[in-house]
Design a protein around this ligand. Structure first.
Ligand code: 3PG
Length: 342
């Protein structure tokens, strides 16, 4: 039995690798499909506040049906859970709507190039708002991220300030979503809600927050006129595009949260950056986005910078690791999930 043990270990490590590869491939594929349908919808129907609301509503409905039919088991939550989820949901809502507004104004690839700068926002917010300090190499790794994003932005042929700011606000909001999640983790005192149900609850709360704002910013009158116009322009297929963007939005997010249960925060951040590469490349091909060589160079530097950041962050230990240690949540996988949420 002693001789067989390393073999068994090798086999289970290989099986785990295959499983994670399948998770990653599915997450990226779902995300690529979402991004394509989302842009097709926004091109014909430029109302990002409504499309963002519909994505959250569809996901919420899918999960309510899954709970009612017992396809998925409903989570046991209490008021404390929803209270700690509230700031996470506010940040998730802002990050989601800002990214969608961005994509309604600029090429999908441009939004995702700017969004690849998220690690830089994380370090800057932690440094200047929370007073955390990092080793010098971490700061140095931000230079290619910020420089690459800046180069890509100034050479973007279809630059639009709202599109640029939307992606920047989305980065900032998602950093705050992570910080609030970390604070929430402590308050939850080890109570566990799995990745799928955590994301379901987040969708529902975000939907409640977003709906009044969507009505105030755009409203039914604009939607009705825009919808009529889109149907005339595209035909009945437009409804399928809307359904696809909504369903795929929920699926890719749900899948990423479920995957987090299996991977470390570092693997997650590398996976998220690689996801953006597949989105950038596929959207450039599908939408025939014009790209200049210097523009592509900026994107490549920014993405390489993110990899560099992940490596250095990993080598230096990382604030996330320190936080996970401090929180002392029960169970490794549970801890990783919560740290990833956070
Ligand atoms: C959204 O609409 O929420 C954004 O597309 C999210 O982007 P991300 O999941 O790729 O960060």
């Amino acid at each position: 039995a002693n001789i067989e043990l390393p073999d068994q270990q090798t086999r289970s490590a290989a099986a785990q690798k295959v499983k994670i590869s399948i998770y990653f491939a599915t997450w990226w594929a779902l995300n690529v499909v979402f991004n394509i349908y989302n842009k097709k919808v926004l091109n014909a129907f430029p109302y990002p506040w409504l499309t963002s609301t519909m994505s959250l509503a569809t996901g919420s409905l899918m999960m309510l049906i899954s709970w009612a039919t017992r396809i998925a088991e409903a989570p046991e939550t209490d008021l404390e859970f929803w209270k700690t989820l509230f700031p996470v949901a506010v940040a998730h809502t802002i990050g989601h709507v800002a990214a969608t507004v961005s994509m309604s104004k600029v090429a999908v690839s441009f939004t995702h190039i700017i969004k690849s700068g998220e690690p830089a926002f994380s370090v800057l917010v932690s440094r200047f708002l929370l007073g955390e300090s990092f080793p010098v190499p971490v700061y140095l790794s931000l230079l290619p991220i910020i420089g690459g994003c800046a180069l890509a932005a100034v050479t973007e042929l279809n630059f639009n300030m709202i599109g640029f700011m939307g992606a920047m606000i989305s980065n900032l909001a998602f950093v705050f979503r992570n910080i609030f999640s970390k604070k929430g983790m402590k308050a939850m005192k080890g109570k566990s809600v799995g990745g799928m149900n955590y994301y379901a609850c987040l969708s529902m709360l975000s939907l409640l927050i977003l709906t009044p704002f969507a009505i105030a910013v755009e409203g039914p009158q604009m939607w009705a006129a825009g919808w009529q116009n889109a149907i005339t322009q595209i035909g009945p297929n437009f409804i399928w595009w809307v359904a696809a963007q909504s369903v795929f939005y929920h699926l890719y997010n749900q899948f990423s949260y479920m995957s987090l249960d299996e991977i470390s925060p570092l693997t997650f951040s590398i996976g998220n950056t690689m996801k953006r590469i597949s989105v950038i490349v596929s959207s450039i091909i599908i939408f025939h986005t014009p790209v200049q060589p210097v523009n592509a160079l900026g994107a490549a530097i920014a993405i390489l910078g993110t990899f560099l950041y992940s490596q250095i962050h990993h080598t230096c230990g990382g604030e996330l690791a320190a936080l996970c240690k401090a929180v002392k949540l029960p169970g490794k996988r549970n801890m990783e999930l919560r740290c990833n949420m956070g």
